[in-house]
Design a protein. Structure first.
Length: 148
């Protein structure tokens, strides 16, 4: 089976929403909301200079995705990338697709001057944490806080 990694298009929103539904089903901090996820994806795709969504396609269907957004890091004195929404449909996991997607968003961010990538992972998502460790991502002493 051939897997194509490419930048997402507006026409990919339906399968990406389905992927986010899958992802949010295992993340305790987020609740799936079709209209909010559609709006978020649209906003990201409308500003490709600072945001990128990469998808994996198999047999003309989107089966995985990963996004990255740039921000300015005062610590780095340059852009940094925030990786979000790395999700592969269950039946395609374990085939290296997540790795390829992560590498593709890393390349995209580096081409735009990012000196660091960072991401959040649900502390109870052991398979994801093991995947990131295998990919040489390192836990930091920082914790994420939010105010809604």
């Amino acid at each position: 089976m051939s897997i194509i990694i490419r930048e997402a298009l507006l026409s990919d929103i339906d399968p990406m929403v389905a992927l986010l539904k899958e992802l949010f089903s295992i993340e305790s901090d987020f609740i799936f909301n079709d209209s909010l996820q559609r709006r978020g994806l649209s906003l990201m795709l409308e500003n490709p200079e600072y945001r990128c969504i990469m998808v994996a396609e198999a047999e003309q269907s989107v089966i995985a995705m990963c996004s990255v957004q740039l921000l300015i890091s005062t610590a780095e004195g340059s852009p940094a990338g925030v990786v979000e929404d790395l999700v592969v449909m269950p039946e395609y996991r374990g085939q290296g697709i997540g790795k390829k997607l992560l590498e593709s968003v890393q390349k995209w961010a580096e081409e735009r001057g990012a000196k660091r990538l960072q991401l959040l992972a649900d502390q109870n998502n052991i398979p994801a944490l093991e995947f990131y460790k295998k990919m040489n991502w390192t836990k930091t002493q920082m914790i994420w806080l939010w105010k809604k």
